[in-house]
Design a protein around this ligand. Structure first.
Ligand SMILES: Nc1nc2c(ncn2[C@@H]2O[C@H](COP(=O)(O)OP(=O)(O)OP(=O)(O)O)[C@@H](O)[C@H]2O)c(=O)[nH]1
Ligand SMILES: [Mg+2]
Length: 251
């Protein structure tokens, strides 16, 4: 008998003490029981947050059996995802991996919609703010709105990927077999936020069947943003890196 597909949500955290407990409760007690015929797991990848995020997760693990914690040194978002993806594939034997933030900008209630598209046969499901029905926070300042909208436009045009509308979203689901398990994360992922564009490129390169589904991206409920100016530079550099790979001029 075939076992039910295993979906692992990889959730990186750095100083998210005010949201992580609520997020775990929401996923473990409300959302996971709603997803029938799948084994749902939450893997928190915490970089030894000084605010005690890891301690809260350990406490919650006593009651939620589908919760795991992976602790490590802080080396950036891409590095945290690399660790998380590897653990989810090698140790947890995931069939699909979701990326999701801890600060409630991603609605945990949307998780079953991603799984439903995976069941239809899609390999890469992208939670998109820039398709009909999706949105960015009304309260964002003009600068943040501009960077997000213009950034995505720049990616579409410069990477010639006109079928994709949201390159920088961090709410996604990817199939493992034939896709994530063929990617050398350590080699291709940058440690920064730009791992996102690279992962999208790698999935497309492998011929993934892609579906963008609308999401409403909210304001973070508490805590501080981890985006920096460095993030913006890295996110522009990734265009050159992807073109170098396309043209076969990488090492
Ligand atoms: N483990 C780990 N997690 C990180 C790191 N940087 C960011 N995160 C987490 O990744 C998720 C996304 O980071 P955010 O700072 O929320 O980025 P953002 O959503 O683009 O920015 P805001 O809209 O300001 O929240 C959050 O759950 C963070 O706690 C990191 O270096 N290590
Ligand atoms: Mg956030």
């Amino acid at each position: 008998m075939q076992s039910e597909p295993k979906v692992v949500i990889v959730m990186p955290t750095f100083n998210e003490k005010d949201s992580i407990g609520r997020m775990i409760d929401e996923l473990c007690s409300r959302v996971f029981p709603r997803v029938k015929n799948h084994k749902m797991i939450l893997l928190v990848v915490d970089d030894k947050s000084p605010d005690g995020t890891g301690k809260i997760v350990k406490e919650k693990m006593k009651r939620c059996k589908d919760l795991y914690l992976l602790e490590g040194e802080k080396a950036g978002l891409g590095a945290a995802y690399t660790r998380g993806f590897r653990y989810a594939i090698d140790k947890l034997k995931a069939d699909a991996i979701m990326e999701m933030d801890a600060d409630f900008q991603h609605n945990p209630g949307d998780v079953p919609r991603f799984v439903a598209e995976f069941d239809k046969g899609y390999d890469y499901i992208i939670g998109s703010r820039y398709v009909s029905g999706g949105s960015i926070p009304e309260a964002w300042g003009l600068d943040r709105k501009f960077f997000s909208v213009a950034g995505n436009l720049i990616y579409r045009v410069s990477l010639l990927m006109f079928d994709i509308h949201d390159f920088t979203t961090g709410f996604r689901l990817a199939r493992v077999k034939g896709y994530l398990d063929t990617i050398n994360f350590g080699k291709v992922f940058s440690n920064s936020f730009s791992y996102k564009e690279r992962l999208l490129y790698e999935m497309k390169k492998r011929g993934a069947k892609i579906k963008e589904i609308p999401i409403k991206f909210d304001l973070r409920i508490s805590g501080d943003s981890k985006m920096t100016t460095n993030t913006v530079t890295e996110q522009l550099k990734i265009i050159g890196v992807i073109w170098a790979d396309r043209l076969g001029i990488t090492k």
